[in-house]
Write a protein that binds this ligand. Structure first.
Ligand SMILES: [Cu+2]
Length: 199
């Protein structure tokens, strides 16, 4: 039922967009993230990791010598933000930081029948209806506008410091909150994830 409602919302939105009558940013879906923690996915019962403040180290794989970090990235991990979340987080409220010059792999997985995708873009792009091309070479799933209903890994190198976002590239999803904060830092020595307080 939830998925049906969600489809309905999206198709209504897309129709509005097509008709050119949509003028305000989608921002009404302000459901706070449930404490994601480790848990069973409500739809599948599968154990999927989702980081909380105490288990970031278990969640990410770090190879300091190779300067390579691997993050799981599960779209629709749970029902938070109507399923428009990665690992249970949305609207930038998980901040992934990686040191400049490192290699980053995202292990994208979509748990929903709705297509989702992932694209690394400059932070301000996350609020747009279409988030555009990946900022770093290779920093997206295949054809992010269409989205995927399966798993796909992608790896890229972060050769420039700045504030970025891991956004869903399916039209209007990121504007509805389907994005995480992704910072490339020239000072950080190891990758980290932080959870800013809700405003
Ligand atoms: Cu999405």
């Amino acid at each position: 039922m939830k998925h049906l409602m969600y489809w309905l919302r999206v198709s209504l939105f897309v129709s509005a967009l097509a008709a050119g009558v949509f003028s305000v940013e989608v921002g009404g879906l302000d459901v706070l993230a449930a404490d994601a923690g480790h848990g069973d996915h409500p739809a599948t019962g599968r154990k999927i990791p989702s980081p909380g403040p105490d288990d970031v180290e278990k969640f990410i794989k770090v190879d300091r010598d190779a300067k390579h970090v691997i993050f799981p990235l599960t779209a629709t991990f749970n029902d938070a933000n109507h399923g428009m979340n990665f690992n249970g987080h949305f609207k930038g409220r998980a901040v992934y930081t990686v040191p400049k010059g490192w290699k980053v792999t995202f292990e994208f997985k979509n748990m929903s029948p709705v297509p989702h995708s992932a694209v690394v873009v400059e932070a301000y792009m996350a609020r747009k209806l279409q988030v555009g091309e990946p900022y770093f070479d290779g920093a997206s799933t295949t054809d992010p506008l269409k989205g995927l209903k399966k798993e796909e890994k992608f790896t890229f190198e972060v050769d420039e410091a700045g504030k970025f976002a891991v956004a869903c590239g399916f039209p209007a999803h990121s504007a509805s909150g389907h994005w995480l904060s992704f910072n490339v830092s020239k000072d950080a020595e190891v990758p980290s994830i932080e959870f800013p307080k809700h405003p």
